[in-house]
Design a protein around this ligand. Structure first.
Ligand code: TRP
Length: 476
């Protein structure tokens, strides 16, 4: 605007001057947004297939323990730091410990958000495609013989998956563009309850199938002989991922919350809902898998290869299939906005970019990294032949982004946050932040939280990191 007149640029620009940060209008809105973030592909895609691969009920038990002692305390560390800082993750570290290098942990989070979203959006695109398949053609052709190859042929296509990925990124960006209250809070208020309703309908459909009992037994009768050390580490990793911990996403959401909110209560609610959705997703999936005599341990293809075979055979299968993929898409969308928001908040708070421009540029940049990710999903993909050396082994670009972010950046980020709590922040300040203005700072639960967050939680994360490194070396 004021090209010839530098004065108009600096302090006197009314928009810069106000630079009003958005805010969640209500405690419920914040809670639903955080639940929307937590509930995602991790619950409905990863949790069932990892449970399937690790033998069912016994794995679920360790998973629950990991949520309680590792992921939930870490979530609360992020919540408290974020609300205390009232700014981006990077800015928060800078504010609490000025002049120290801790802000690098925030920077790694922003980068991790960028990376995770670039491949998460690809998978969200597949979900969208499978929903549209149901609407347009139904799942009739997804037979035992054809389902796997149909999926395999779809994900290696050079154009279609990218178009779906683009749509997923566009929807995410539109919500972010509209702001915290009008975008994120409003979308979460509609989508999260809708997700709950669809999920419950699907559970009812699944458990009323003849032969459903075997699936319920698989989920609820533990067989500890199926467990090994890797199951434990899978459980820690999944617990983190599913509560959206490690990259400052929850920190960023909490930076938009009023001081009156008790963060401990909200974190507990988020964990309960998130775990509930994971278990219900299992109940929506395994009884059906067993009723149709399919494999529970088919891995990442569980929802894309195994489930369509069920939809092809079961009464009302087409409708159920469409509802199922719609459910997963909503879950993915409300998670994607939380992965993107830290990047946008950083551009706005630290680099003074206007929110709309920040959203557009982050959206485009993430999509551009997403394209090569999408094109390197499989060995047969366009870029699938390109292998990037990593820890003595080599990985396709998609796997590199996935591995680096989930096995390294998230655990490191969460470890950093816990160590920051221990070394750079004051115990009393942290506990007061969690309790909020009306909360009781002497509560035993809060003391227990602090103790966990500086002992068991970082140790659990450390185990995960070491496992990640050893696993990579082993593969090389
Ligand atoms: N929790 C989401 C899921 O279960 C994914 C997610 C959203 C996430 N935001 C995150 C994971 C931040 C790690 C960090 O699918």
């Amino acid at each position: 605007m004021a090209d010839g007149n530098p004065h108009l640029h600096d302090q006197s620009d009314p928009i810069d001057e106000q630079h009003v940060r958005g805010k969640f209008a209500s405690r419920l809105g914040f809670m639903l947004a955080a639940v929307g973030s937590a509930v995602g592909l991790g619950n409905i895609w990863k949790f069932p297939y990892i449970t399937g691969e690790n033998g069912g009920a016994a794995f679920i038990l360790i998973y629950l323990a990991c949520i309680a002692v590792v992921a939930l305390p870490a979530l609360l560390v992020e919540f408290s730091l974020g609300r205390h800082g009232q700014t981006s993750a990077i800015g928060t570290y800078r504010k609490i410990a000025p002049g120290t290098p801790w802000w690098l942990n925030g920077l790694m989070g922003v980068l991790a958000g960028f990376i995770i979203l670039s491949f998460y959006s690809a998978v969200a695109g597949w979900v969208l495609k499978y929903m549209i398949v149901g609407i347009v053609d139904g799942y009739g052709t997804y037979t035992k013989e054809a389902s796997g190859s149909t999926f395999g042929a779809f994900i290696v296509q050079p154009v279609a998956p990218i178009v779906y990925q683009f749509i997923a990124m566009l929807l995410t960006s539109v919500i972010i563009y509209a702001g915290i209250e009008k975008g994120i809070e409003r979308a979460s208020k509609y989508l999260v309850p809708l997700l709950g309703v669809i999920l419950i309908l699907l559970v009812v459909r699944s458990v009323t199938l003849p032969g459903a009992e075997a699936g319920l037994a698989f989920m609820f009768k533990p067989d500890f002989s199926k467990l090994n050390a890797t199951s434990f580490l899978n459980a820690v990793g999944l617990a983190f991922f599913t509560l959206s911990v490690g990259m400052g996403a929850m920190m960023t959401y909490a930076s938009y919350v009023g001081k009156e909110v008790h963060l401990g209560k909200t974190a507990l609610q988020v964990a309960v809902f998130d775990t509930g959705v994971a278990i219900l997703s299992g109940i929506a999936i395994f009884p059906a898998v067993f009723a149709f005599d399919l494999e529970p341990s088919s891995g990442p293809g569980l929802i894309f290869i195994t489930l369509p075979q069920i939809f092809a055979q079961m009464p009302m299968g087409r409708l159920v299939g469409i509802a199922f993929f719609f459910l997963i898409f909503i879950a993915a969308l409300t998670s994607m906005i939380s992965i993107m928001e830290p990047v946008v908040t950083w551009l706005v708070d630290d680099l003074n970019v206007r929110r709309h421009l920040a959203t557009a540029s982050a959206g485009v940049a993430i999509f551009l990294v997403g394209v090569p990710a999408c094109l390197s999903v499989d060995d047969a993909s366009v870029l699938g032949g390109i292998k990037i050396p990593f820890f003595g082994g080599s990985l396709k670009f998609f796997d590199l982004l996935d591995t680096v972010s989930q096995n390294f950046m998230l655990p490191l980020g969460a470890l950093g946050a816990c160590l920051f709590l221990l070394l750079a922040w004051k115990r009393g300040a942290a506990i007061a932040e969690v309790a909020g203005t009306g909360g009781n700072t002497n509560s035993g639960m809060l003391q227990l939280w602090y103790w966990c967050a500086v002992t068991i939680t970082p140790l659990g994360i450390l185990a995960l990191l070491v496992h990640g490194v050893l696993g990579m070396i082993g593969k090389g």
